[in-house]
Design a protein around this ligand. Structure first.
Ligand SMILES: [Zn+2]
Length: 164
């Protein structure tokens, strides 16, 4: 895919995403459902964060399920759901029967594709328009913002461009 095509496609999701980013914390399960994906929380091996898989029987209308590891903390589960939504939006042709992400959110796709998925996941969970809104309301520290957005402090620091 050319850079221009990818850019144009992302413009389209921007408005789709924005319509679903109306409240803090962003409801990632509702967002997944809006894209036709069904989210499940299940027991998984401890080195697995989650997966997206072709699931015509139990998946949403798009025919895919996202499964996240029940044992992981909520902030990790939320980031994993956003990361799998990102794989669906960015790399649907690469999912095949399924992509399983390990604890470091690596699925076997290229490092660049995982970075793309992490960047879009951060944008899903911490859109700048909502960050601005919270900051204008006086919530300005990384720990407070992380708590409000239900993300890890590390994820919030990266999103704000701060040294970790
Ligand atoms: Zn991944």
């Amino acid at each position: 895919m050319s850079t221009t095509a990818a850019y144009d496609a992302e413009k389209v999701w921007d408005s789709d995403l924005r319509a679903l980013q109306t409240q803090v914390p962003v409801d990632v399960v509702r967002m997944a459902e809006a894209f036709g994906l069904k989210v499940w929380i299940k027991e998984m091996p401890e080195n697995v964060a989650g997966m997206i898989k072709k699931d015509n029987k139990h998946g949403g209308p798009a025919g895919y399920s996202i499964v996240v590891n029940k044992a992981q903390p909520r902030v990790r589960q939320r980031f994993t759901v956003a990361h799998e939504i990102a794989h669906f939006l960015l790399h649907r042709d690469r999912i095949g029967d399924g992509l399983e992400d390990d604890a470091l959110l690596r699925s076997g796709l290229s490092t660049m594709e995982e970075v793309q998925a992490n960047k879009l996941a951060a944008k899903i969970l911490m859109p700048f328009h909502l960050l601005r809104r919270e900051m204008n309301a006086g919530i300005r520290t990384v720990p407070e913002l992380a708590r409000r957005f239900e993300v890890s402090q590390q994820a919030m620091s990266i999103r704000l461009g701060l040294p970790e």
